[in-house]
Ligand binder design. Structure first.
Ligand SMILES: [Zn+2]
Length: 261
């Protein structure tokens, strides 16, 4: 009888203890989650950033292979902005030089940071070039490729304007005339932003100045490397700056003969 009583007391004490302990454990777990979540999110972010840089490295390798097959010339189709830097550049210039398919989101032409709709580029140009939906992009290049391209393609990258336009020899300003350059004409291949990613750019350009995270861009270079370049180290350009003081690498002074930083 006494033994039975002792057992009951032990059980009660034990249950009460584990309840408190459970609460402590739960709060410790909650604390750990709160501590670890931002780190996890940062780690996912940095892996997406790495993928963006890797995409650009692969594309710059394709650009170099293209130039080997084309008398050292950089990709060029003879069509002007806005066709060339997006559809023509990838479809006509690089498609046959890239192992990755260009369809869907799992491709080298799509940055994992890019959450814009596929028609993002069209939205960007809306008003200046008329509404260009994704299918209109494809229609615009079909006649050159020879076949229909019905797939939805998420292009996140841009071949900068200066890479295929002439330069005023007196002022160093980029002019409207098209010009096809050779790789060897790029004077500072590791300091000239040939390509950059728009995946990290806020959808609304008027938000740039309010976005503390938008302080640089992921860029690809003719020498084959890719890097995040902070606007703070960039040189002033012909047109100047985005609203928050960042530089527009389309308008590098002296174009391919100049340097962005
Ligand atoms: Zn990116």
């Amino acid at each position: 009888m006494r033994r039975h009583h002792d057992l009951n007391r032990t059980l009660v004490r034990f249950t009460a203890f584990t309840l408190i302990e459970l609460l402590v454990v739960i709060s410790i777990i909650a604390l750990l989650i709160a501590l670890l979540l931002p780190a996890l999110s940062r780690s996912r972010q940095s892996s997406r950033n790495l993928q963006c840089l890797n995409n650009q490295r692969q594309m710059m390798i394709a650009v170099n292979t293209y130039s080997n097959d084309n008398d050292e010339h950089l990709p060029f189709t003879g069509r002007d902005y806005p066709h060339f830097p997006v559809m023509d550049f990838f479809e006509l210039g690089l498609r046959s030089y890239m192992a990755s398919p260009l369809i869907g989101k799992e491709t080298v032409v799509h940055c994992p940071n890019d959450e814009h709709e596929p028609g993002y580029w069209g939205a960007w140009w809306n008003g200046m070039y008329g509404p260009m939906t994704q299918s209109q992009h494809h229609t615009s290049v079909q006649s050159l490729v020879g076949t229909a391209i019905p797939e939805v393609v998420h292009y996140s990258y841009q071949w900068t304007y200066k890479m295929y336009h002439d330069v005023n020899p007196e002022t160093g300003y980029i002019v409207a005339a098209l010009r096809r350059y050779k790789v060897s004409e790029v004077r500072f291949p590791s300091n000239l932003v040939a390509m950059h990613c728009r995946g990290e750019v806020p959808s609304d350009p008027h938000q740039y100045e309010n976005d503390p995270n938008f302080n640089g861009i992921f860029c690809g270079f003719i020498d084959g490397h890719a890097a995040y370049v902070e606007f703070a180290i960039m040189n002033p350009t012909q047109i100047g700056v985005y609203p928050n003081g960042s530089k527009n690498t389309d308008w590098t002074l002296w174009g391919v003969f100049g340097r962005d930083f």
